[in-house]
Design a binder for this molecule. Structure first.
Ligand SMILES: Nc1ncnc2c1ncn2[C@@H]1O[C@H](COP(=O)(O)OP(=O)(O)OP(=O)(O)O)[C@@H](O)[C@H]1O
Ligand SMILES: [Mg+2]
Length: 336
C-alpha cells in the first residue's frame, strides 16, 4: 500500500437479515456474524452481538432482549441496528484502524426512501465519511463474478434469510425483478408449523434451521435421512425427543420453494426477447445462503429449462460485490 493511499480503509458491507458480512478494500472478508444483538433492557447497553447473541435467542430473562433488528432485509428496529453497527465498527476499528471510512452497503432492491435514509443514518452514526447504497442483486451478481455493466442479460436469484431477490440485469440496471418473502426464515417457519401439526412437537427457530440445513431438500430424496431433535410435546407441554425424517422436512419446505420457482418464472416472462436469448447462454446464478438448499439448483434448472449455477461462495456474494465496488467507485458510480 502506498503512503499516499488515503482511501485504503474503505469498506463494503452486506447488511443482511440473517448475516452481516464486512469486507475491507483489498483484504476481502474481515468479519462475518449473525445479525443479532442482545441488549440490557434497563441500561440500554449492548451485551453481545453476532454468534454470542444468537445463542441467546429465545433464552433470555426479562431484563435482556436478544433480537434480530433487521426484518426482510430492512431495518425494523433502528435503535438496535445502530447499536449493532456501532459495535461492529468498533470491533473492526480495533483490528484494522479504519478511521472514517467510505462505505458501500448492499440493500434490498425494494427498499423505501425512508429505509434508505435509516441505513445511511445508522452508518453515519458509526463514523462513516461517505455511505453509498447498492441494490443487493447487483452487488451479489458482481460478487458472483458476473459483468453486470455489459450489454447482455444476466440473471441472479439471491435467496437470503428475509427475502429472495430475483433480478435480470443489463448495462448495470435491473430490467426485470421481484423481491419475495419466501426465503430462509419463511422456510424455517414452515418447518416449525409442519412439525407442530404432523409430529406434535414444538421447536424453536434454531432447531428448525438446523433441520433445514441437515435434512432439507427441494426435491424428494431417494434415501431417507433422520435426525433426533428435542422440543416440547404439544399435548403434555413437556420436553421430548423425536426422530425427524428428511421426508417430513421436504414436505414442509414445498410451499416456499414453489413460490420461489413461480417468482423466477414470472420474472423470466417479463424479460424482452433479446435479453431472454442471453439468459439461454448465461444461465441463472443462485446466491445467498438459500442457494445451498439441496437439489434447488436441479429443480430450478428443470422448471425454467435454463442452466442453473450455484455461486462459488453464496453467503459472501453481496459482500464481495460491495468490496469490488468500493475498490472502483468511479466504474460503478452509475449503479450507486
Ligand atoms: N447449507 C444451507 N442450506 C440451506 N440453507 C442455508 C444453508 N446455509 C445457510 N442457509 C440459510 O441461508 C439464510 C441466510 O443467508 P444469507 O446470509 O444470504 O441471508 P441474508 O443476506 O442475511 O438475508 P437477506 O438477504 O434476506 O437480508 C438463512 O436462512 C440460513 O438458514
Ligand atoms: Mg442477503
Amino acid at each position: 500500500m502506498s503512503f499516499f493511499d488515503f482511501t485504503a480503509k474503505d469498506i463494503g458491507i452486506d447488511l443482511g437479515t440473517a448475516n452481516i458480512v464486512v469486507t475491507l478494500k483489498g483484504k476481502g472478508i474481515i468479519l462475518r456474524e449473525p445479525s443479532v444483538v442482545a441488549i440490557d433492557q434497563v441500561s440500554g447497553d449492548i451485551l453481545a452481538t453476532g454468534n454470542e447473541a444468537k445463542e441467546m435467542l429465545g433464552r433470555t430473562p426479562e431484563k435482556i432482549k436478544a433480537i434480530c433488528p433487521m426484518k426482510n432485509g430492512a431495518i425494523a428496529d433502528f435503535t438496535a441496528t445502530s447499536l449493532m453497527l456501532k459495535n461492529i465498527m468498533k470491533k473492526i476499528n480495533k483490528e484494522h484502524a479504519i478511521g472514517k471510512p467510505r462505505i458501500v452497503v448492499g440493500v434490498p432492491s425494494e427498499i423505501t426512501e425512508v429505509e434508505e435514509k435509516a441505513v445511511q443514518e445508522a452508518f453515519f452514526q458509526s463514523n462513516a465519511k461517505e455511505v453509498y447504497l447498492v441494490k443487493e442483486p447487483l452487488a451479489s451478481a458482481i460478487g458472483a463474478g458476473l459483468n453486470i455493466l455489459a450489454p447482455e442479460g444476466q440473471m441472479v436469484v439471491d435467496i437470503g434469510g428475509g427475502t429472495t431477490e430475483i433480478a435480470v440485469m443489463s448495462l448495470g440496471g435491473i430490467i426485470a425483478g421481484k423481491s419475495i418473502k419466501a426465503a430462509g426464515n419463511a422456510i424455517d417457519e414452515c418447518i416449525i408449523k409442519h412439525l407442530k401439526k404432523n409430529a406434535k412437537i414444538s421447536i424453536g427457530q434454531t432447531t428448525a434451521e438446523k433441520l433445514k440445513i441437515e435434512l432439507g431438500s427441494a426435491e424428494n430424496s431417494v434415501t431417507e435421512k433422520t435426525k433426533e431433535i428435542r422440543g416440547m410435546d404439544i399435548d403434555t407441554g413437556l420436553p421430548k425427543n423425536e426422530t425427524i425424517s428428511s421426508h417430513l422436512i421436504e414436505e414442509a419446505m414445498k410451499g416456499p420453494i414453489q413460490e420461489i420457482i413461480e417468482a423466477i418464472q414470472s420474472v423470466m416472462s417479463e424479460v424482452p426477447p433479446e435479453l431472454s436469448a442471453d439468459l439461454v447462454d448465461n444461465g441463472i446464478y443462485l446466491t445467498g445462503g438459500g442457494a445451498m438448499i439441496k437439489n434447488l439448483d436441479n429443480l430450478i434448472a428443470q422448471k425454467t429449462m435454463q442452466q442453473t449455477y450455484i455461486a462459488e461462495t453464496p453467503l459472501d456474494c453481496v459482500a464481495l460485490g460491495t468490496e469490488k465496488i468500493v475498490e472502483n467507485l468511479q466504474k460503478y458510480a452509475r449503479i450507486l
